[in-house]
Design a protein around this ligand. Structure first.
Ligand SMILES: CSCCC(=O)C(=O)COP(=O)(O)O
Ligand SMILES: [Zn+2]
Length: 200
């Protein structure tokens, strides 16, 4: 097993232990190095908390398998393709959590989620004093091509994630470890903002 694939499998187990993959939701991928867009993406419909290396299918940008497998790649693999085309990401993690759903609801009218006033903004690449970012949000289109286009269009290179309302978040990074750091920071900051709102 390559180091990166092993890392991705370990991350899946860690996120599963956090309860971030309820009811078989969520998906994960890594991009293969090189100019051609090829990725390893999770099989659709399985419990990602129990992901194994064999559950990471080899697909190209047209979602065609380049290693034979009868199983289907994630229904949302097209979102991964569009995000890879729009960014310098090498890994994408998608999770449905209580915090990312509640914060999306809280800021639905605003159309983005403001994050500010906490040290963990540094884990998202924002080291400036008084750092403040807006996490973009898109509608939860059932047409997955439309969803993929909307997520890629909303992506801001300064903010490594895009929220899908009533659904979850896509998080990107240039390595598995960086993507995990981004995801953990987002989820911490969402939980903090929700509690801060309740008590303010
Ligand atoms: C049962 S969750 C609904 C589909 C979804 O949003 C998701 O993240 C999982 O889809 P996949 O095809 O990757 O299993
Ligand atoms: Zn999903």
């Amino acid at each position: 097993m390559s180091l990166t694939v092993k890392e991705l499998v370990e991350v899946a187990h860690r996120l599963g232990a956090y309860g971030y993959f309820p009811a078989t939701s969520g998906n994960l991928s890594i991009r293969e190095p090189g100019d051609t867009l090829r990725m390893r993406v999770s099989v659709s419909g399985i419990d990602k908390a129990r992901l194994s290396e064999a559950d990471l299918l080899f697909v190209d940008e047209n979602l065609m398998p380049y290693e034979k497998d009868a199983r289907k790649p994630s229904a949302e693999a097209i979102v991964h393709v569009h995000l890879y085309q729009q960014s310098d990401a090498m890994c994408i993690l998608h999770v449905h959590t209580l915090s990312n759903n509640l914060i999306a609801q809280r800021y639905e009218a605003r159309g983005s989620v403001p994050l500010f006033g906490n040290e963990l903004l540094k884990a998202l690449g924002h080291w400036e004093d008084d750092a403040r970012i807006e996490v973009p949000m898109v509608e939860n289109y059932s047409d997955l091509n439309k969803l993929a286009t909307a997520v890629a269009a909303a992506y801001n290179p300064e903010v490594p994630g895009v929220i899908v309302k009533q659904h979850g978040i896509y998080v990107v990074g240039r390595s598995v470890a960086e993507t995990l750091r981004h995801l953990e920071a987002f989820e911490f900051l969402f939980a903090l903002a929700l509690k801060r709102d309740v008590h303010s």
